[in-house]
Design a protein around this ligand. Structure first.
Ligand code: NAP
Length: 461
């Protein structure tokens, strides 16, 4: 098949509204759902089945024939059958010669077979043009029309023209085809629906671990310590006070952790004097899940905002305000406004608001619909420059909040630092190292290394 002819096909205007007949092998769940959608989109559908009896479940207007007879009616045949039954296709090799076979199958386990199902089909029927598609769309989604989560259809195949024909059908069904290249990509496409948030696993476990640690740390210092030494029962702190301490701490630490791998990468490149050596695996993996870490950090920051906004509604807050007013009345003394305190409280709130605003901006620009519309430099500017700005503002927000209190002995119950002090360790370390890295004497060699310069060229061999 002439591969260049695909371009002509793609550019050729569709002068007729009449659609080509599509054949579907298999009248199971997926075959029926896809057939239904195709008929709605104007494609005549003919089923190839072991039984030619029409059942109520088969879409109206579809024809049901034997496999060989059905295959003769169409140039494209969708194989809606499990891989383990593909052997039945071998006797049909002659009828299927030159036809486009669409493999839509999935497996039960990652890398279940040595070769992908599509490659296996191509080996069984070398005279046919196999294209992998539709396996990431579920029968339920096709039938119910709720295609929000799975509008993208990955397509791959060795024959460019056959692939274009399948991509045209995908578009006609209101879906978005994504060309993944040759049939070699089929294994990856088949593994895709079997993965469960692979990029989210490390950020989720890390967040859960740190959240549990900080939660129990606060319970120990704010509830148990107060109960033992001050005989006060503040167990209700579990509902709002402690979550409102843990959330900002988590947001700040996770935001800092987004920038740690970049710092490590810079140090490693400076140390090695080359960029042509692979980073350790753990660093590669950490780099790949920075977006997820950032989004979880944003979720914690948003919760902190909500918890803070409900503070005036709390019985504890009104009791504390009332107590202050009554104590002033009993002492017959009005406390003057402490301007330093007022400045500190307004500054820490302003820093928090600005930090959160940049945080939200970072989150928005990581959405594919937004990031697709900015160029690489703009994306880097937002994610790196504005990201560091957000980190500086949020770190300053925590520092100003703590103020001198961080240094007072009462902040060290059981000689342990307050969690706000702990939360500052990673962000401060990141900011200090980053500050060193932007010094011209460090930044210049690093930029040269990133442009391909090597201190000792033998590393690139
Ligand atoms: P299914 O309901 O089990 O249907 C499979 C069909 O294959 C049967 O209805 C039967 O059709 C045919 N068949 C069964 N045994 C056969 C044999 N020994 N020889 C020839 N044909 C045989 O399965 P399904 O859910 O439709 O899935 C079909 C394919 O689509 C699978 O490879 C699956 O991985 C893939 N897929 C499914 C979904 C989904 O949501 N269900 C999503 C993506 C991909 P006849 O009785 O008409 O011959």
């Amino acid at each position: 098949m002439n591969k260049n002819s695909s371009n002509t096909m793609a550019l050729a205007p569709n002068t007729s509204n009449k659609r080509e007949t599509v054949c579907i092998f298999g009248t199971g769940d997926f075959g029926r759902a896809l057939g239904h959608k195709m008929i709605q989109s104007g494609y005549p559908v003919v089923y190839g089945s072991r039984s030619t009896q029409i059942s109520n479940l088969i879409p109206k207007d579809a024809e049901v024939l034997g496999h060989a007879e059905a295959a003769q009616k169409a140039a494209i045949i969708i194989i809606a059958i499990q891989r383990q039954h593909y052997n039945f296709l071998t006797p049909l090799a002659e009828v299927l010669r030159g036809k486009v076979l669409v493999d839509i199958s999935n497996n039960l386990k990652l890398n279940q077979y040595p070769e992908s199902n599509a490659e296996y089909l191509a080996q069984l029927l070398p005279g046919s043009k196999v294209v992998k598609a539709f396996n990431t769309v579920s029968a339920w989604a096709l039938q119910s029309g709720t295609l929000d989560a799975s509008r993208q259809v990955f397509v791959c195949g060795d024959d460019v023209e056959a692939k274009q024909m399948v991509m045209n059908i995908v578009r006609a069904l209101g879906l978005t085809p994504l060309d993944k290249g040759s049939l070699l990509a089929a294994q990856e496409i088949e593994n895709y629906p079997l993965q469960l948030f692979p990029m989210w696993r490390f950020p989720m476990f890390l967040s859960l671990g740190l959240t549990a640690f900080f939660f129990f740390y606060c319970v120990a210092l704010d509830i148990i310590y107060t109960y033992i030494y001050e005989n006060n029962d503040f167990s209700f702190f579990i509902a709002i006070t402690i979550p409102n301490r843990v959330c900002p701490v988590m947001a700040l630490i996770l935001l800092a952790l987004v920038y740690v791998p970049g710092i490590f990468a810079a140090i490693i490149q400076l140390y090695r004097g080359t960029k042509y050596r692979r980073f350790p695996d753990w660093l590669d993996k950490w780099m790949l899940c920075r977006k997820q870490l950032g989004l979880i950090a944003l979720a914690f920051a948003s919760l902190h905002v909500v918890f803070t906004l409900v503070t005036p509604l709390r019985a504890f807050a009104s009791w504390r305000t009332g107590k202050g007013i009554i104590s002033q009345a009993l002492n017959n003394k009005t406390e003057p406004l402490d301007h330093t305190k007022a400045w500190l409280s307004d500054s820490y709130l302003a820093l928090g608001i600005l930090g959160f605003f940049l945080f939200v901006l970072l989150g928005i620009t990581s959405l594919p619909s937004v990031s697709n519309n900015v160029n690489w430099r703009e994306f880097r500017f937002v994610q790196s420059k504005l990201g560091y700005m957000a980190l500086i503002l949020c770190t300053a927000h925590t520092m100003v909040y703590g103020g001198k209190w961080f240094l007072s002995p009462s902040a060290y119950k059981w000689y342990l630092p307050n969690i706000y002090i702990l939360s500052l360790i990673v962000p401060c370390a990141v900011l200090v190292v980053k500050f060193v890295l932007i010094f011209p004497c460090v930044d210049k060699p690093l930029t040269q290394i990133r442009q391909g310069w090597e201190r000792n060229p033998k590393y690139s061999e």
